[in-house]
Design a protein around this ligand. Structure first.
Ligand SMILES: NC(=O)c1ccc[n+]([C@@H]2O[C@H](COP(=O)([O-])OP(=O)(O)OC[C@H]3O[C@@H](n4cnc5c(N)ncnc54)[C@H](O)[C@@H]3O)[C@@H](O)[C@H]2O)c1
Length: 433
């Protein structure tokens, strides 16, 4: 595909219309969409299973560092297609050959974080549409690389932020657009998920996630909570994130966990970890609104994204899945269950695809809806509702929070990755399939 920078930017400014475009058309089963998958560990295999549910999807190539993982993924493809995909494996750079294949439309990236941006940039340079796992980048330079490569090549890039497709998140997007909360002033959200078991292998050696916990201190997984919030608050669409300040507690919980699991004399229990147990980041927008993000993989606790949406006329809180809206006929300041609102304000995409989404699994159907949008965007060669600027801005919290924590919580500025486009971009609309 060739699109010059100007036409791409025009398309990007109209990115909100993309949801409309991608939702307005039915799936074109006659034209296959050919995908290459890089990274077929836990997540990549799950994504592949969801993708294989779409009739238009073909997977001619899979890649993993570990051959056995790639061949397991290949057998899933073979079960659907009747023939196996080509396998690229055995070296850290085997994916470079996959990306260069002439027969691929898009590349799904589900490798460790440090590879995402490099692979997405290479995909765009090779003329393919990347769909990258979260976060899409882990340095500010990588965020710029994604934006500039997309602008230079005319290829869009979607970060696969699945939480934006959760049923409550999409119903809330519709409610926010219909004005039920009034002007949204503040949101609070977090990735709070005891993931200590993912930091070590069975012998107590560090996994790739564990290595990040040894070397980095900040919010290392910002996009699950920030994606929905950014859409509710029209970040990059009339407002933008301008600064953050971030602080972390000391790092104690991973040593505690390792001592219980591997014994107090095990190196995993005696090593120093950089990543504080609880990181708190306060973001400010150009229009003066605020977002608080929490990041906690380390303490013994139930999973909770918080997802508090607070407007002048009401509040939603995901922790108790409750809502309180201004209403003269009801006693004020009482929480009400959100379930009836979720039904009443069901997002049209959920209405249209509820059956196949729910039977697909994948975070309660969210991945199915996400790929519905991704595949339409690939087919139409346009940016998806989550465009490259969202990928850059949402991911930038990773490096900027590290910088702020290292400077004792000093305020750090966000670059304007959109180069001013945020002022003109209309909000992401609420459209059906
Ligand atoms: N969106 C979500 O809900 C969600 C859930 C889980 C994981 N993730 C993301 O998915 C990604 C993968 O996570 P995971 O849990 O599957 O990890 P994993 O360790 O299970 O899988 C990663 C895979 O990448 C492979 N790999 C590493 N380097 C490679 C390279 N250079 N080339 C090819 N393959 C390489 C590994 O061998 C492994 O099989 C991460 O970015 C993670 O944050 C997202």
């Amino acid at each position: 595909m060739s699109m010059n920078r100007r036409s791409f930017l025009k398309t990007s400014v109209a990115a909100s219309a993309v949801l409309a475009v991608s939702h307005a058309m039915t799936e074109d089963k006659s034209r296959p969409i050919r995908l290459g998958i890089i990274g077929t560990g836990g997540r990549g295999t799950g994504l592949l299973q969801t993708l294989l549910l779409f009739p238009q999807v073909e997977v001619p190539a899979v890649c993993d560092l570990v051959h056995n993982r790639a061949s397991q993924a290949a057998s899933l493809v073979e079960r659907k297609a009747g023939r196996p995909p080509e396998i690229y494996a055995g070296s850290e750079l085997a994916w470079e050959r996959l990306v260069e294949r002439a027969d691929l439309d898009a590349i799904i990236i589900a490798t460790p974080w440090e590879w995402h941006a490099r692979m997405a940039v290479a995909a765009m340079r090779a003329g393919k549409y990347p769909g990258s796992e979260v976060p899409a980048a882990i340095t500010v330079q990588e965020c710029w690389d994604l934006v500039r490569t997309s602008e230079q090549t005319g290829l869009p890039c979607m970060m696969l932020e699945n939480v934006c497709y959760f049923e409550n998140v999409m119903a809330l997007l519709r409610m926010a657009r219909e004005g039920l909360f009034g002007e949204v002033q503040h949101c609070e959200a977090g990735y709070q998920h005891d993931c200590r078991f993912l930091m070590f292998d069975e012998k107590g050696e560090l996994t790739w996630r564990g290595h990040h916990a040894v070397t980095k201190n900040g919010n290392l997984y910002p996009t699950h909570p920030l994606g929905p919030v950014a859409q509710w608050m029209n970040i990059n669409h009339g407002d933008r994130l301008v600064s953050l300040t971030s602080v972390s507690t000391p790092a104690k919980a991973l040593q505690h966990y390792a001592a219980r699991k591997f014994g107090s004399e095990h190196p995993a229990a005696r090593r120093a970890y950089a990543l504080g147990d609880v990181n708190t980041t306060l973001l400010q927008t150009a229009n003066g609104r605020t977002v608080t993000l929490y990041f906690n993989l380390m303490t013994h606790r139930p999973y909770d994204l918080i997802l508090r949406l607070e407007g002048i006329k009401g509040i939603y809180l995901g922790t108790n899945d409750s809502i309180c809206l201004e209403d003269d006929k009801k006693p004020s300041e009482q929480w009400e269950p959100f379930a009836p609102y979720r039904q009443r304000f069901e997002h049209p995409l959920w209405k249209a695809l509820r059956g196949p989404a729910l039977s697909s699994g994948g975070h309660g159907g969210a991945e199915y809806l996400m790929f519905h949008d991704f595949l339409k965007a690939v087919q139409d060669k346009v940016p998806a509702a989550q465009d490259v600027y969202d990928a850059a801005v949402w991911s930038a919290v990773f490096p900027l929070s590290i910088e702020s924590v290292a400077k004792g919580g000093k305020q750090v500025k966000f670059p304007d990755f959109t180069s001013g486009q945020w002022k003109k971009k209309p909000p992401v609309p609420v459209c059906g399939a």
